[in-house]
Design a protein around this ligand. Structure first.
Ligand SMILES: Cc1cc2nc3c(=O)[nH]c(=O)nc-3n(C[C@H](O)[C@H](O)[C@H](O)COP(=O)(O)OP(=O)(O)OC[C@H]3O[C@@H](n4cnc5c(N)ncnc54)[C@H](O)[C@@H]3O)c2cc1C
Length: 448
């Protein structure tokens, strides 16, 4: 198989990249290991979409996100864009997202190859010549001129021999994984403030006793569902390396088990949940952090908290350094920061406290954003590989900010335009005229 631009991974970043590449005139193929789009939005049923919110008058991310939301709204999957962007998070229906995303991408001219998992990369001197996927045909080679890595795990970069890092520098540990699941059949009218308060108290107790491994006390909300009587729950944590299949398998089993225990708690103890049932478990455990590429520029903590701007900005990020305990702890540990109140031994608090971010300095300045530079999407030495989404070049702390879905869509959008511009100009990705890229992103309603 062959395509001018080959995007691997149909998550928030990969969908946006494929859309933007096709929209900018390049023949584009989108390769995905599952049979639908969405990445964590559908396989992990995480939500709401975060990272677009600057203030009530102005979003920080639009472009592909806006097109997707407009289409999703048309089929009943979320609020209209004019209302949606004014909210801190955009709740959506994760089932309808599958069909909305496909339609938007097909309209732009993207070709799809589903059920195909990237297994090897043929690269030489910074140039990816082809990739190999495994699917029901066996092994299949896909040639391309420009490749975009939207796998979240930087699989193309890693298998292609480009330098990657994983987790924090001191011990390589990554943010904990998690499981989102949905409970339906809830009589939400019965969920009064008193009932919720009481449930929270009981849940706190169960956490402190070690009976439930939860980092918050629910009681769910409209995240990846907007349906009446249904809520999505994001309460669990599991420490492990999601690029290690053995640890990922343990995560799947443990997280589902924990999710079911949480459901049983609500069903048996909380008014309104009497007739409830689990309507969805995640398909893939929620993965927050794995590999980052080593790019031409690496985002860092100062970029985030000082709201730094770059001349080659291709996306805005308003989100904050939100690091879920890499040890998977839930008791007295909400965020990983200097002020963490864990009573157990923590190597980082003991030896590297200075490295940890401070609770009071996690956000970009108020009503402001920091730039994501085009250089963060280009692996060092890369001639024709671009990277988008949560695995762009960012250190462990900045990664905690750029990983949310709207921001991943924004970097995906930019990567797609960069790929198409590189093709038009017949240049390597590190020589792409940035002004041209920025003008195209703006013409497609993206914000830089
Ligand atoms: C528990 C949890 C809760 C979260 N909550 C929120 C939230 O409320 N709001 C928010 O905005 N963000 C949230 N996030 C973060 C966000 O979901 C992710 O960071 C974001 O989806 C990353 O987007 P991505 O496109 O880079 O990668 P992903 O969403 O991981 O998508 C990667 C895609 O690539 C595919 N793929 C991977 N490897 C291969 C391969 N080898 N071959 C072929 N295909 C491959 C995958 O199947 C997937 O479709 C949460 C994350 C977790 C884990």
């Amino acid at each position: 198989m062959k395509s001018k631009v080959v995007v691997v991974g149909a998550g928030p970043a990969g969908m946006a990249a494929a859309w933007a590449s096709a929209k900018t005139g390049a023949e584009t193929l989108l390769v995905e290991r599952y049979g639908f789009c969405g990445g964590m939005a559908t396989t992990g049923i995480v939500g709401p979409i975060l990272g677009h919110y600057l203030n009530e008058n102005q979003p920080a991310v639009a472009g592909f996100l806006k097109v997707l939301i407009e289409h999703l709204h048309k089929i009943g999957g979320c609020e209209p864009w004019e209302k949606a962007f004014k909210k801190y998070g955009i709740p959506f229906d994760s089932e309808l997202l599958k069909i909305a995303a496909e339609q938007v991408l097909l309209d732009a001219g993207v070709k799809f190859l589903y059920h195909s998992c990237l297994s090897a990369v043929n690269s030489e001197n910074g140039k990816v010549k082809s990739i190999e996927v495994v699917n029901k045909n066996g092994k299949m080679e896909i040639e391309g001129e420009i490749f975009i890595d939207g796998t979240g795990d930087a699989d193309i970069a890693y298998f292609g021999g480009f330098e990657c890092t994983k987790g924090r520098p001191q011990d390589g540990k990554t943010e904990s994984m998690g499981s989102v699941f949905k409970i339906a059949g809830i009589d939400e009218e019965k969920l009064t403030e008193d009932i919720v308060r009481e449930a929270r108290e009981k849940l706190k107790q169960l956490r402190q006793n070690g009976e439930l491994k939860i980092y918050n006390e629910g009681p769910g909300g409209k995240g990846s569902t907007i349906r009446k009587g249904e809520r999505s729950f994001n309460m669990t944590r599991f420490a492990g390396d999601a690029t290690n299949a053995i640890e990922l398998t343990q995560a799947e089993i443990e997280l589902r088990k924990e999710a079911f225990k949480i459901y049983e708690f609500f069903k048996n103890n909380v008014k309104g949940f009497e007739n409830s049932y689990i309507s969805s478990f995640h398909i893939n455990a929620g993965i927050r952090e794995t590999r980052q590429i080593k790019g031409l520029y690496t985002l860092n903590e100062q970029d985030v908290i000082e709201g730094k701007k770059a001349d080659d900005s291709i996306a805005r990020c308003t989100y904050w350094i939100d690091i879920h305990c890499p040890l998977g702890r839930t008791i007295n540990t909400h965020l990983c920061c200097k002020e963490c109140e864990t009573t157990q031994y923590c190597f980082m608090l003991d030896r590297y406290k200075d490295y940890l971010p401070s609770k009071s300095k996690l956000h970009p300045p108020e009503n402001d954003w920091f730039s994501i530079a085009a250089r963060c999407l280009i692996p060092e030495q890369s001639k024709n590989l671009l990277v988008a989404g949560r695995c762009i070049s960012a250190d462990h702390k900045a990664m905690g900010a750029i990983r949310v879905m709207a921001t991943c869509m924004a970097t995906g959008h930019a990567a797609g335009v960069m790929a198409a511009v590189a093709l038009k100009n017949r240049c390597d990705v590190n020589a792409v005229p940035v002004k041209q890229v920025q003008d195209i992103i703006i013409s497609q309603e993206g914000l830089i």
